[in-house]
Design a binder for this molecule. Structure first.
Ligand SMILES: CC(C)(COP(=O)(O)OP(=O)(O)OC[C@H]1O[C@@H](n2cnc3c(N)ncnc32)[C@H](O)[C@@H]1O)[C@@H](O)C(=O)NCCC(=O)NCCS
Ligand SMILES: Nc1ncnc2c1ncn2[C@@H]1O[C@H](COP(=O)(O)OP(=O)(O)OP(=O)(O)O)[C@@H](O)[C@H]1O
Length: 199
């Protein structure tokens, strides 16, 4: 079974992804792939430099992620421009990794995709698992984790679809406002209901 794990920024996707990893599931992680495809020397990084200018390139030739983040989270058109450059490369690499895992016989594979709904990738997976929190908790955790101001945090949250919409489209929802133990309990129950719990 191919499970799409999603949520919104700071809702707890990586937290749940780590729990799944601990339980022994193989993970294809879009955020990790998104870093690999823009490593120093790649064609994708060159295209980003041409589109956004040298200011998004650090002194050592790597991507200045903070700078590019400031640009794309405050401008929908710039965000679309980056997405058009980077998403095809991310998608191709994710599918390659998924096929590799299938080939070696993994029966259940987790695709951790923050923008699963925004990028309309629902058909890439068989079940959709959404990790959600209240708006208040999301804002609090994002500001604390990234040291963002209220404005920086809000601009990032607003660049994604609301969690309430994602919850409605999900096959199962994990409510991550409580303790990590409660989150793990919900996760195991869902995996068990889907008959894919590794014991
Ligand atoms: C703009 C970049 C350089 C900022 O890097 P930074 O290290 O600050 O953030 P990081 O990559 O860890 O992303 C954190 C979260 O931001 C959100 N996010 C990232 N990119 C986008 C986007 N284009 N649109 C909406 N939300 C996004 C996701 O929830 C993601 O989990 C980086 O996010 C990026 O390359 N984005 C484009 C690729 C992408 O869409 N990634 C999302 C997963 S496919
Ligand atoms: N149940 C919880 N209780 C307390 N803190 C939590 C809980 N779940 C997650 N957190 C914290 O909230 C922050 C956001 O969680 P996490 O990084 O897992 O979110 P994410 O959805 O993967 O975010 P992003 O899309 O930005 O990568 C982290 O600092 C994490 O440690």
């Amino acid at each position: 079974m191919i499970i799409g794990l999603t949520g919104s920024i700071a809702s707890g996707k990586s937290t749940v992804s780590n729990m799944l990893k601990e339980l022994g599931y193989p993970i294809v992680d879009a955020d990790v792939v998104a870093r690999v495809v823009v490593e120093k020397g790649t064609e994708t990084l060159k295209t980003i430099e041409e589109a956004f200018g040298q200011e998004v390139i650090a002194d050592d030739g790597s991507l200045n992620r903070g700078k590019l983040g400031d640009i794309i989270f405050s401008s929908p058109s710039k965000r679309k421009q980056l997405n058009d450059i980077i998403h095809p490369a991310i998608r191709a690499e994710m599918l390659r990794q998924k096929e590799e895992l299938k080939k070696v016989g993994h029966p259940t594979i987790i695709m951790d995709i923050p923008l699963l709904f925004e990028s309309r990738l629902q058909s890439y997976v068989e079940k959709i698992l959404v990790v959600t929190v209240t708006e208040e908790t999301q804002l609090e955790r994002l500001m604390a984790r990234n040291n963002f101001t209220l404005e920086e945090a809000k601009s990032r949250i607003q660049s994604q679809l609301p969690l309430s919409i994602k919850e409605k489209e999900a096959d199962a929802v994990i409510y991550n406002n409580g303790t990590l133990e409660y989150t793990e309990q919900q996760l195991k129950k869902i995996l068990s209901d889907w008959n894919v719990l590794i014991v």
